[in-house]
Ligand binder design. Structure first.
Ligand code: AKG
Ligand code: FE2
Length: 337
């Protein structure tokens, strides 16, 4: 059974199985280190915050925030408990995630499309649908490790608050007005907890292959390096910064901002010695939301660069194209890549 193949449960694996070996052209190769400035989110000066976001995003394509309102203790507790979760036996993980008939909690290895993948990724993922029915969903979530429900629920509440605050800064800064991203625009967030165990030969495998996110924004916490962004033809290592959360824009924000913000491609490489874990909060619109450049950004001098598409059609396309950037840009953009 595919789910029994959780890489987190492979003890003492000495070589990379054939089905995890990437073709030569998609293997890790060379990357560069860069220091990314961190933005202090603890300020009431939203205009200045937006300016800093624009500056950093202009240079790197994404930004990092500190003093974001989510306590270090909560993040540490999440990381500790979720490491324990991924370390449980395959049977226990599957059992703990099997309670919800609506599948608000699932655990899988590599990707949700494991059965049809050519090459598997060196990671396992716990997926939690946390909104709009958090109180209901949480009753079906794992009871083990102890306190799972309380801790993850608290994180979901805090990260949603932060997501809405960040979106508000962006909405005011872009001139979209107050509350543009509230309601249906951000009503379907998902929390993924990726666990990438050590890999005997990191030069052959990928934890997560090259993609840009099909989201409005994504908020990420990582404990160990491995994340790389693709900028100006180069892979750049984004090493973790103490207490910082990293925010990147997805295709949906790119379309709404008419290309002012871009969905940057990224990937995750593995390493031979340390397991890596990331908390990834993906903010999606409702399925029936029409995604298009915001009307107030369009005039004769600024024509739209993107088509109007229903989010669910966009998402179906993203899934069928396995997130291929060229296919997605042809689908959403008038200008093509
Ligand atoms: O694990 C990471 O650092 C990246 C995860 C990611 O890119 C994603 O889930 O879309
Ligand atoms: Fe991503």
């Amino acid at each position: 059974m595919a789910q029994m193949k959780f890489v987190s449960n492979w003890e003492g694996v000495e070589s990379v199985p054939e089905s995890y070996v990437c073709p030569q052209e998609t293997r890790p190769g060379v990357s560069m280190k860069k220091t990314i400035p961190v933005i202090d989110f603890a300020t009431d000066d939203r205009a200045l915050l937006f300016k800093k976001i624009l500056d950093v995003t202009g240079e790197f394509g994404f930004f990092q925030v500190i003093n974001h309102g989510i306590s270090k203790r909560l993040v540490e507790e999440m990381m500790r408990m979720l490491k324990e979760f991924h370390g449980m036996s395959p049977e226990d993980k599957l059992r703990e995630c099997s309670e919800d008939p609506n599948k608000s909690c699932t655990v899988y290895s590599s990707s949700e499309n494991y059965a049809n993948e050519q090459i598997h990724r060196w990671k396992d993922t716990l997926k939690l649908i946390c909104h709009p029915n958090l109180d209901k969903n949480v009753q079906f979530w794992p009871e083990n490790p102890p306190n799972f429900r309380n801790v993850v629920k608290a994180y979901c509440v805090m990260i949603r608050k932060l997501a809405l605050e960040i979106l508000e800064v962006l909405s005011e800064g872009l001139g979209l007005g107050k509350g543009y991203f509230e309601g249906e625009m951000s009503e379907n967030p998902v929390l993924l907890v990726h666990h990438y165990p050590p890999c005997p030969n990191p030069s052959l495998t990928m934890g997560l292959t090259q993609h840009a996110d099909p989201t409005l924004i994504t908020i990420l916490f990582q404990d160990v390096n491995g994340l790389q962004f693709f900028k100006d033809g180069q892979w750049i290592d984004i090493d973790p910064v103490d207490d910082a959360l990293l925010i990147n824009f997805g295709y949906i924000f790119e379309m709404i901002s008419n290309g002012k913000m871009k969905a940057m491609e990224h990937r995750v490489v593995t390493n031979a010695t340390t397991s890596r874990q990331s908390l990834v909060y993906l903010v999606y619109p409702g399925n029936d939301v029409t995604v298009e450049p915001a009307k107030c950004l369009i005039d004769e001098a600024n024509p739209p660069h993107y088509h109007s598409v229903k989010f669910k059609d966009f998402n179906n396309k993203f899934t069928s194209a396995s997130g291929d950037r060229e296919t997605m840009m042809k689908y959403i953009s008038f200008n093509k890549p």
